[in-house]
Design a protein around this ligand. Structure first.
Ligand code: DAH
Length: 344
C-alpha cells in the first residue's frame, strides 16, 4: 500500500495511463487508449482480477479504488477527445478551430548538435581572421585524397580495409586534406582557407573511433609564411574555442604532405598546464597534425616552391568537442540520445 492507502498496482496503472494520454494527439490514439484501459479485456478489468489476492476485509476498499480510477479515466478520455475535436481543421464543421481559453501548447525547443556548435564557433573564428571557408567533396578521387598529398601507392591508409572505396579511383574521403589540393588547384595565390566536414574510415567504433567523423583543415600559401604564423593561427583558434588563453606546442612528427610535420598540443584550458583529470595530469592536450606544406605537394599542383610556401593543419572536430565538453566516448555524438544532446 502507498501512503495514500492506494495499492501500488492501481497507482502504477494510473501513472502509465497519464503518460500515454499526454502523448495522444489523434482521435485514433484516444480510441486505442480507451480500449486498452476501459475495454472488455482492458487494464481496469485486469485490476479487478487481482481482487482474490487481497485479504477479504480489504476487498471492498480495493474495488472502490479501481472504480475511482475507472471514472477518472473515463472523464479524462472524454475531456481530451473533446479538446482534440475542437482542434479539428475541418472547415466544413461548425466547430470552432480552437478554444482560445485553453493554455498554450508548449513547443519543444530544438538544440544544435555539439559538433555543429563547434563548427559554428570555428567558422566565426576563421572568418574573423580573414580566411575563406571552402568545401570539398565527401566522395573524393584517390588523386586528391592520396597521390597529390604525397601519399605513396603502398601507404597502408589506402588499404580497402581502412578506406571505403566507391570504385578503384573513388573513395569516401579519409581526410579533409584533400581540400588543400582542390583549393590550390582552383584558387589564386596567396591562399588562406579553412574547410570543415565529414571524413570516413573503416574503423570499428569504440570510445575514440567512429567510421564517420569531422575534421577541420586549414591551409595558408604565401611567399613568406612560417611556423610562427601557424602557431599564431592555432593559438587564436583554440583560445576562441575554449574561451581561455592557451599555448601551442609542436612535437615533430611525420605526415607525407608536410615537412617538417608536427603533432600539435595545446596547454590544458582547464588547469592552465598544472595537470588535471581532463588532460590526464599532462598539462597539455594533443589535438592534431600540422606542418609546412611539402614542396612536392606544391609541385603537384604547379606551385613553385622556390617562390611560395605554406602551412597546413588538420584536426578532428569530435576530439575538440570531447575536450571542450569533457565527453569520453565519441559514439555519444552519433547515438541520437536526446538526454545527452539536450545538455548542450
Ligand atoms: N590529414 C591528417 C590526418 O587525417 C591530419 C593532418 C596532419 C592534416 C598534418 C594536415 C597536416 O593538414 O598538416 O591524420
Amino acid at each position: 500500500m502507498s501512503e495514500e492507502g492506494k495499492p501500488k498496482i492501481i497507482e502504477e496503472c494510473k501513472a502509465k495511463f497519464e503518460k500515454r494520454i499526454q502523448k495522444a494527439t489523434t482521435a485514433e490514439d484516444i480510441e486505442k487508449l480507451r480500449i486498452k484501459y476501459l475495454g472488455r479485456k482492458g487494464e481496469i478489468r485486469s485490476l479487478f482480477g487481482h481482487i482474490q489476492e487481497i485479504p477479504p476485509e480489504k476487498r471492498g476498499e480495493f474495488g472502490s479504488h479501481i472504480n475511482e480510477l475507472k471514472t477518472y479515466m473515463e472523464q479524462k478520455i472524454q475531456s481530451v477527445s473533446d479538446q482534440l475535436e475542437n482542434f479539428s481543421l475541418d472547415a466544413t464543421t461548425e466547430k470552432p478551430y480552437c478554444d482560445l481559453t485553453l493554455p498554450g501548447v508548449p513547443f519543444v525547443m530544438g538544440h544544435q548538435h555539439p559538433i555543429s556548435q563547434i563548427i559554428d564557433d570555428l567558422l566565426d573564428i576563421f572568418r574573423s581572421m580573414n580566411f575563406d571557408v571552402v568545401s570539398g567533396y565527401e566522395i573524393e578521387d584517390t588523386f586528391h585524397n592520396f597521390d597529390a598529398l604525397n601519399i605513396h601507392q603502398w601507404h597502408p591508409s589506402r588499404n580497402p580495409q581502412d578506406t571505403f572505396y566507391v570504385d578503384p579511383e573513388h573513395i569516401l574521403r579519409t581526410q579533409t586534406s584533400a581540400v588543400q589540393i582542390r583549393a590550390m588547384e582552383n584558387g589564386t595565390l596567396p591562399l588562406r582557407i579553412v574547410s570543415m566536414g565529414r571524413c570516413y574510415r573503416r574503423d570499428a567504433s569504440d570510445a575514440t573511433h567512429y567510421p564517420v567523423f569531422h575534421q577541420i583543415e586549414g591551409l595558408v600559401i604565401d611567399k613568406n609564411v612560417n611556423f610562427c604564423d601557424l602557431s599564431g593561427i592555432l593559438t587564436e583558434m583554440m583560445t576562441g574555442v575554449f574561451g581561455t588563453r592557451v599555448e601551442v606546442r609542436f612535437l615533430p612528427s611525420y605526415f607525407p604532405f608536410v615537412e617538417p610535420g608536427a603533432e600539435t598540443f595545446i596547454s590544458c584550458p582547464f588547469c592552465g598546464g598544472k595537470g588535471c583529470n581532463v588532460c590526464g595530469k599532462a598539462g597539455e592536450i594533443e589535438l592534431g597534425g600540422s606542418g609546412m606544406v611539402h614542396p612536392q605537394v606544391l609541385r603537384n599542383v604547379n606551385i613553385d616552391p622556390s617562390i611560395y610556401r605554406g602551412f597546413a593543419f588538420g584536426w578532428g572536430i569530435e576530439r575538440i568537442a570531447m575536450m571542450k565538453y569533457q565527453i569520453d566516448d565519441i559514439r555519444l555524438f552519433y547515438d541520437n540520445n536526446i538526454d545527452f544532446l539536450e545538455q548542450f
